[in-house]
Design a protein around this ligand. Structure first.
Ligand code: FMN
Ligand code: SF4
Length: 435
């Protein structure tokens, strides 16, 4: 079945006005009294410009640890959740729908790699199983440090309950749905992954944790529309022998749809947080920006170390150059096997490409809705152009300059002047105006 971009879509009882969404992107909006206003500043333009759905990026279910970047938003208490009402109300007033993504970083947490957090905090990282060999080897170089706490069975239940409690709070303050950060090497992916998960209890079954999280959310937050990413680890480095294959991800997707998830976002990735998730160029300007040098030194330990991390990014960029629609085939395979909506993101840049992903162009549809991530940093009101003009394309140049400053807690935004200049010209020409 195919659909036009401006056709409404029902996801678990939530009606979206069209099939274009803003993919979850870290906002680094913190969790102080103004967090909701800061999030509104970032997310409302997308809603105002007509996005059918706006995902708020990874938001932590616990009050301590688990952050994958500095300054992340937490939703571990009713008080912090209440601060987020400002963004849900503002998005609704703008005519949009907003879904929060829940997360815990586990072995990807900040305390493993960020020098300042390592020094300041004596915090363990939650782990599904003992730290894998390659990460222990990397720790010997001094770039990573682990003080892992392997979750007991009872603690896994408690963690899942925290996802349920966070979902309840999210519903209470007006979010229209809950998304799970099950890719990007967060703890949910670590449960799913044969590389990380070497448990011997019931959670040795990779999909079991997502089933339990589903049950906890349903028990506490009722029939809130429930989304999850579904990861592969196909793009892991060659020296890592085990990982989620495409077949594994398709099987997991089928299982989760049958279990009660309302929508799936299949994404190719790796066993590690690398650039296979955000394919693009080496972020030359992002690394060179003078205002972030002291932040990089603080994060990585010294100027030399920051340079070595930059060199590793250069290698990653060669392995993962800019690409178009890199999750389309995976989404298409999943969509052929499940009855719930499939959402596709990753390197989507042109309106024609969006229409083809929705099945309007010959090939079978890959998705029921299509999302863009980084292009929203470049053009917060991008939907206005994409919805109005069948020939339009996003300005984002896949240069990834926006990514590196986030290691210092800087907000996510486009940091490439030529792209920003083009946006200014479009603004002046009224390209983002809507009737
Ligand atoms: C800076 C940055 C932050 C991201 N944060 C999240 C996140 O919080 N949760 C998530 O599931 N994906 C996250 N992603 C992945 C995006 O949702 C998206 O899948 C990816 O950027 C590919 O889409 P794009 O090519 O349109 O940017 C992030 C990507 C970037 C670049
Ligand atoms: S810096 Fe701007 S142009 Fe470059 S990837 Fe980020 S949003 Fe796109």
């Amino acid at each position: 079945m195919t659909a036009a971009l401006d056709e409404p879509l029902d996801i678990g009882g939530l009606t979206l006005q069209n099939r274009l969404y803003r993919a979850p992107l870290l906002e680094c909006a913190g969790d102080d009294a103004d967090a909701g206003e800061r999030l509104a500043e970032e997310l409302v333009p997308a809603a105002r410009a007509g996005a059918g759905l706006v995902f708020q990026g990874a938001t932590l279910v616990r009050g301590e640890g688990g952050a994958v970047a500095p300054n992340m938003t937490r939703i571990d208490t009713a008080e912090k959740a209440e601060r987020l009402r400002a963004v849900t109300e503002a998005v609704h007033e703008a005519g949009g729908r907003i879904v929060v993504q829940l997360d815990h970083g586990g072995l990807r947490s900040l305390e493993t790699w960020h020098r300042e957090y390592r020094a300041a905090a004596d915090r363990e990282q939650l782990a599904v199983s003992p730290v894998p060999f390659h990460l222990r080897a990397a720790a010997k170089t001094g770039f990573l440090e682990y003080d892992a706490h392997v979750l007991s069975t009872a603690e896994v239940y408690e963690l899942a309950a925290d996802f349920g409690r966070a979902a309840r709070r999210a519903v209470d303050v007006g979010y229209d749905g809950v998304h799970l950060s099950s890719a990007n090497m967060g703890i949910v992916q670590q449960f799913c992954s044969p590389y990380y998960n070497r448990r011997e209890d019931e959670f040795a079954d990779g999909g079991r944790f997502l089933e339990l999280v589903h049950d906890e959310i349903r028990e506490r937050a009722g029939d809130v529309p429930l989304f999850t990413k579904v990861p592969t680890e196909e793009h892991r480095p060659p020296f890592v022998r085990t990982g989620l294959s495409t077949d594994d991800a398709v099987a997991l997707a089928v299982r989760l749809a049958e279990y009660g998830y309302d929508a799936l976002v299949p994404v190719h990735g790796s066993t590690f947080w690398d650039m296979s998730l955000i394919r693009g160029e080496y972020p030359r300007r992002g690394w060179a920006a003078s205002q972030f040098q002291s932040g990089y030194e603080a994060a990585f330990g010294s100027r030399l170390r920051a340079r070595l991390v930059a060199a590793a990014t250069r290698v990653e960029a060669v392995r993962n150059p800019p690409a178009r629609g890199w999750n389309a085939d995976l989404c298409r395979r999943v969509r052929q096997r499940v009855d719930v909506p499939v959402l596709c993101e990753g390197g989507v840049r042109e309106r024609g490409q969006i229409d083809r992903l929705l099945g309007n162009g010959g090939a079978p549809a890959a998705a029921d809705a299509v999302g863009l991530g980084r292009p929203f940093y470049a053009e917060p009101e991008l939907p206005a152009r994409l919805l109005a003009d069948a020939e339009s394309a996003a300005l984002c140049a896949d240069c990834n300059n926006c990514i590196v400053p986030q290691a210092t807690g800087a907000p996510g935004m486009c940091r490439t002047p030529s792209v920003l200049r083009e946006r200014g010209e479009l603004e002046r020409a009224g390209a983002y105006d809507r009737d």
